[in-house]
Design a protein around this ligand. Structure first.
Ligand code: ASP
Ligand code: MG
Length: 408
């Protein structure tokens, strides 16, 4: 095989201790032995970032975000140095790179910075000379000349951004699962690992609860056409490729089923059914930075009133109730009813755009199990329903079967 340029990213569990770091070094050496140019992006050791975050909070709950970044960026600095040493021990030329040394240029949104640019001339030159670049993930340099971090899980995004900047042939994300599954294997024993999935599907899955990749990393891979692979650092087998649509010859109608317990439902009973009501309800919620996801409004009953139901994240439920409770006089509803006992189940698939009846199959499968659908929402490649929480697993399992996803 010809010489390739590869970015390899190792997550926290893959570099959790020095033995694992040595194992990572061996994995990297296989690629350099094959003649490839390699840049490695590392996370902090598992648990370390949580500890660093906890320390900043212990000193002051409200603190200077620039100093938060100065503290939490250190986890990745340790692992990048250790991996460079481990590689050198194996005779592989390597050096560590902190964000500011490259530099990974970001904006100044400390704690959740976005990457703007990564100059790669020096990295490229050294990689071409056979030196492995071991890059500390999750961190960059802001325009204020201070260290920034990219938000939790951000080293995925570091890896994809570096792969895009280096025009790498592949970006391999090594993690503690061996790929992307049709659904959560912990609740459906017959879940299957997908060989390939499109960026669009992966984005939906990531935002609907599958935690394999940081959402922003998938957005960036899609934009720059980075060929991403999610694979296990503990097993030696191919993972799941995240690719452009045209790389997938035959689409399943549905490629995955996700569920999210992080949902809560609010119903406003008997609100006046007149223009401006939705704006009066959702405006103040938006002002309070509360994201509303699914919405249904019932048909008006006789008296010119209607019920309006919508969902927010569980974490926003109390605040949303307060915002609407404070406006009872103005909104003039009869009752405000919260329900945190709900789950959102979604089916995702590019094939939906060209197949009719996908939603219907979902409704039928759920009705056969006697599961009541409370709210529905759809997009081009997704149908989501809100159901009572106790049916979550039954629903996911039934749908997995109904769409023919069960492993043989
Ligand atoms: N260490 C950081 C975190 O735990 C970044 C990452 O691992 O992606 O969020
Ligand atoms: Mg991660």
């Amino acid at each position: 095989m010809s010489r390739q340029r590869i970015v390899m990213k190792f997550g926290g569990t893959s570099v959790a201790d020095t033995d694992r770091i040595k194992a990572v070094a061996l994995r990297v050496k296989r690629e350099t032995d094959a003649g490839h140019e390699v840049a490695v992006v590392v996370s902090a050791m598992a648990g370390v970032t949580n500890q660093l975050v906890a320390w900043t909070r212990a000193v002051a709950t409200l603190h200077d975000a620039r100093e938060y970044d100065a503290v939490v960026a250190t986890g990745e600095q340790v692992t990048s140095g250790l991996l460079a040493i481990a590689l050198q021990e194996l005779g592989v030329p390597a050096r560590s790179w902190f964000g500011w040394q490259i530099p990974v240029e970001t904006d100044d949104a400390h704690g959740k910075a976005r990457i703007r640019n990564i100059p790669t001339a020096e990295l490229s030159r050294r990689m071409a000379d056979g030196q492995v670049a071991v890059v500390a993930g999750f961190q960059g340099l802001g325009p204020d000349n201070r260290v920034t971090t990219l938000g939790r899980g951000g080293s995925d995004t570091s890896a994809v951004a570096l792969a895009a900047a280096l025009k790498a042939d592949r970006c391999d994300i090594f993690t503690d699962v061996d790929g992307v599954y049709t659904t959560d294997p912990r609740i459906v024993a017959k879940a299957r690992k997908l060989d390939k999935i499109t960026y669009e599907e992966m984005l939906e899955m990531a935002s609907l609860g599958a935690k394999v990749l940081q959402i922003r990393s998938v957005e960036m891979a899609m934009k720059h056409h980075v060929r991403l692979q999610v694979l296990s650092s503990f097993e030696d087998k191919p993972g799941t490729l995240v690719v452009d649509e045209d790389e997938i010859v035959e689409h399943e109608v549905v490629s995955g089923i996700t569920y999210s317990r992080d949902e809560a439902k609010i119903t406003l009973q008997r609100v006046p059914d007149r223009p401006g009501v939705a704006a009066a309800i959702f405006g103040p919620l938006a002002d309070a930075s509360i994201n509303v996801d699914m919405i249904v409004q019932n048909v008006s009953e006789g008296g010119g009133t209607t019920d309006l139901t919508f969902t927010v994240t569980k974490g926003d439920l109390d605040r949303a109730m307060k915002v609407l409770g404070d406006r009872r006089g103005e909104l003039n509803y009869k009752a405000l009813v919260p329900d945190a006992n709900v789950v959102k189940v979604s089916v995702i698939g590019m094939g939906m755009r060209s197949h009719a009846g996908v939603a219907q199959r979902m409704f039928k499968a759920l009705s056969e199990k006697g599961i009541n659908i409370q709210v529905i929402s759809t997009s081009e490649i997704k149908v989501s329903v809100l159901i009572a929480e106790e049916y979550a697993e039954l629903a996911v399992r039934s749908l997995h079967t109904a769409y023919g996803l069960d492993a043989a």
